[in-house]
Design a protein around this ligand. Sequence first.
Ligand code: UD1
Ligand code: UDP
Length: 364
Amino acid sequence: MLKIVSVVGARPQFIKAAAVSRVLRATEGVKEVLVHTGQHYDANMSDVFFEELEIPRPDYNLGIGSGTHGAQTGKMLEAIEKVLMEEKPDWVLVYGDTNSTLAGALAAVKLHIPVAHIEAGLRSFNRHMPEEINRVLTDHASDLLFAPTKTAVINLRHEGIPEERIKLVGDVMYDAALFYGKKAERQSQILNKLDLKPKGYVLATVHRAENTDDPVRLKVIFDALCEIAREIKVVLPLHPRTREALIKSAMYDKVALSICLTEPVGYLDMVMLEKNARLIATDSGGVQKEAFFYRVPCVTLREEMEWVELVELGWNHLVLPLSAEAVVDGIKLSLSDCAGLEGQPYGDSHAAQKIAQHLAHVPR
Ligand code: UD1
Ligand code: UDP
């Protein structure tokens, strides 16, 4: 029996793990042990995904919670190490670029347990981003690197990662989008609940540290979204980090008058909101791609991006939030001139199967 410990902890990882876990658990001879670090813990940031996406209950919930980078990652490292010493798996599987990813990879590699990284090779080339540090270190600690795109493969080659460790499998978020997209259509009532007409609103999300922790950036983005809301409804499911930042900057009440702010929504509601939006404005990695999966134009509110194919195909425009005018202009331009080219840069929606095959067959 091949034993795989999967480490998850933050919202996007639950969605990625939903796609992969489903396949791993259906693969003969594979046993998955699921570890939730507890990085995200609010019901609407965690439980809702386990319920809706039918992710098995975690075998371990480490309950680490929030903290500074060092404290959070350090506590995770210690707690994951204990689990790995107990479970003695053949592989540790980590996802994406959060502190949970790095802690899982580091705990495993120090115990000489092989590490497989899903979503390997993404780079923004901005080392100020905590995610960039997490990705680079995780990739260099990994034995198997599952790249979602050709660009990711090239990035890994440039960093000298041995070719035999790199596997181009496609993006597991595309697998999830197709698998759960239909379910969302059947189950979600969010459009009625928020009184939204298809293609009658802009969907926005904001949560990146570089946008929320800088009060000037935060004001630029929210001033721009309030301005857009004068012309078309803007709906924004609010990440707890951003809620705190808006309250701290005394902006929350004013923003709530212009923008339809909601609590974070479940994945099925989010898919429905994405599919029916006229445009999406976001700094989220996952949401950018989902915009493309549903062929909705998108503006990325950042300085640089990892999913460069979206810009190359013309579905996404990168807008650096330096002034509210620049953001308003960028959004208005995309609202008027939107559709991009066709293409399939994120694989064939069988990334999870390919990952399971590789894990089961790579000699250890
Ligand atoms: C983390 C990831 C980021 C990812 C994002 C997905 C890191 C360094 N960052 O950012 O890459 O894009 O998750 O959403 O790992 N909070 C709550 N309730 C929760 C979770 C968080 O209130 O359930 C609040 C806390 O005040 C916390 C803050 O949000 O301090 C930030 O949470 P944290 O997990 O540290 O980072 P994210 O911004 O969520
Ligand atoms: N998402 C969700 N509800 C929300 C906001 C996002 O289900 O209120 C989903 C979204 O559809 C995508 C994932 O969460 O699948 C993206 O997570 P997030 O934006 O938190 O992180 P990132 O992808 O930037 O790391």
